[in-house]
Design a protein around this ligand. Structure first.
Ligand code: HEC
Length: 145
């Protein structure tokens, strides 16, 4: 008789820890970039490097778009963080019409991307917000201790 109550209580406890809707990252947990006088923090710089290691092949130099894929500087004005992560992890079939076969590959099995996805997001958000120009950004000096 006693054991009967354990499962519902556990579920209730779990439900209570979820203060945000499923799949929605709380605003304070969304990765932030630092840009000062055109200089970026380490994480955003890493995002720049990782983006230009893989994504640029389709999404273009400086995220400005290519013949294969949309400009992510534009996309990130409407695509939120959770959708961004989901799209990169799972990929997406082409939605654009016109007969061209183009799709967003899934990167869930690529640690070169999954480990650095937040940094890539930081870089793209900075570009999309107009805070960071094109080209290789200089790094901010390391914070002094
Ligand atoms: C092989 C080419 C290719 C590569 C490499 C690629 N993408 Fe894509 N990506 C696409 C295409 C094509 C689409 C548009 C799919 C569609 O029509 O909906 C897309 C769509 C997206 C979208 C959604 C854009 C929107 O406006 O909804 C995001 C975000 C994205 N890609 C991020 C990335 C990131 C980050 C990387 C690097 C880790 C990357 N992509 C690498 C081809 C690529």
């Amino acid at each position: 008789m006693k054991n009967k109550f354990h499962v519902p209580l556990l579920l209730l406890a779990l439900a209570c820890t979820h203060t945000v809707n499923a799949g929605e990252t709380a605003a304070e947990d969304i990765p932030k970039y630092v840009v000062e006088d055109g200089k970026v923090d380490k994480a955003t710089f890493n995002g720049y490097r990782r983006y230009h290691g893989t994504c640029h092949a389709c999404h273009g130099q400086d995220a400005m778009g290519g013949s294969f894929a949309p400009a992510l500087t534009e996309s990130l004005k409407t695509v939120d963080y959770d959708t961004f992560v989901k799209t990169v992890m799972e990929g997406r079939q082409a939605t654009a019409s016109g007969g061209a076969v183009s799709a967003m590959p899934a990167f869930a099995n690529d640690p070169n991307i999954t480990k650095h996805l937040d940094d890539i997001y930081r870089y793209l958000a900075a570009r999309s917000d107009g805070e960071l120009g094109a080209g290789r950004p200089p790094k901010l000096p390391k914070p002094k201790k």
